[in-house]
Design a protein around this ligand. Structure first.
Ligand code: 4GY
Length: 247
């Protein structure tokens, strides 16, 4: 899968994404990440990419022409590439969206700066706007990296053959159960004995219950859309009783 990032700060993008799992995915040829400087598509001698807002107001707005030329350049080589803009005005990004974007062969990620991007860019060139959360960043770059990381992670082969993204939290709409490794006792804080029991049935049941407990306590909104089994409902009833009948 290919990712083209359009940004005024290409140096922010490439180096961090070359570490660890995504770095290996690049080396294996599973993903290709290219950052393009929008300024390279400005045609005036000052390499202008922004201007003052029509109607007045503070700050600068990114101009349509350099972005149009950058997108058209990529699309002339790859007509089916899908253009995504990162903005707080977009649809909330989640695991489901990460999975659906992972079936695209080529994404163009547009990163705005300053007060935003001329609206005609959205109207003429953007297929979809995505928000990574209800807060305002100084630019779309970090959001684009979040999207790339989450999308690349679910591609076949990226996590390695021994582990699939299907098994983890959010694929089943629950938070993860707690994990432990050695030592068994850290300053009097011991690992739950069931995890040392060798009883795989008991371990699975404990983990499921802990996942349900965490989700119930921290993210009850997720429980509503989780596909709960009859056993899950019984575990939740136990959890409610153990916590003195809340909700
Ligand atoms: N939140 N989710 C976000 C963001 C910065 C002004 C447009 C977000 O995705 N992007 O905060 N982006 C803004 C800054 C121009 C992008």
């Amino acid at each position: 899968m290919r990712f083209d990032i359009l940004t005024l700060f290409p140096g922010m993008i490439t180096t961090p994404l070359q570490e660890s799992i995504l770095g290996k995915a690049i080396q294996k040829g599973l993903i290709e990440i290219r950052a393009t400087n929008i300024r390279d598509f400005s045609e005036d001698k000052h390499r202008t990419v922004d201007d003052t807002p029509y109607g007045g107001g503070q700050g600068m707005v990114m101009k349509v022409e350099p972005i149009a030329r950058a997108i058209e350049g990529i699309k002339s080589q790859s007509p089916s590439a899908r253009t995504v803009s990162l903005t707080p005005q977009g649809k909330p990004f989640d695991q489901q969206r990460a999975r659906s974007l992972s079936s695209e062969p080529h994404l163009i990620l547009l990163c705005g700066r300053y007060e935003g991007v001329d609206e005609r860019v959205r109207e003429l060139f953007v297929d979809e706007e995505i928000s990574i959360g209800d807060y305002i960043l100084t630019g779309g770059e970090l959001a684009a990296m979040v999207v790339i990381d989450a999308v690349a992670r679910v591609l076949p082969g990226v996590l390695g053959s021994e582990r699939s993204a299907e098994e983890d939290s959010f694929s089943n709409s629950l938070l993860e159960y707690p994990q432990y490794t050695r030592p068994y006792d850290f300053r009097g804080n011991r690992v739950p004995d069931v995890l040392l029991s060798g009883n795989h049935g008991a371990i699975s049941l404990w983990r499921r219950k802990e996942a349900l407990k965490r989700t119930w306590m921290r993210r009850p909104d997720l429980l509503a859309k989780a596909g709960l089994t009859e056993e899950d409902r019984e575990l939740l009833e136990q959890i409610r009783q153990e916590h003195g009948q809340r909700t």
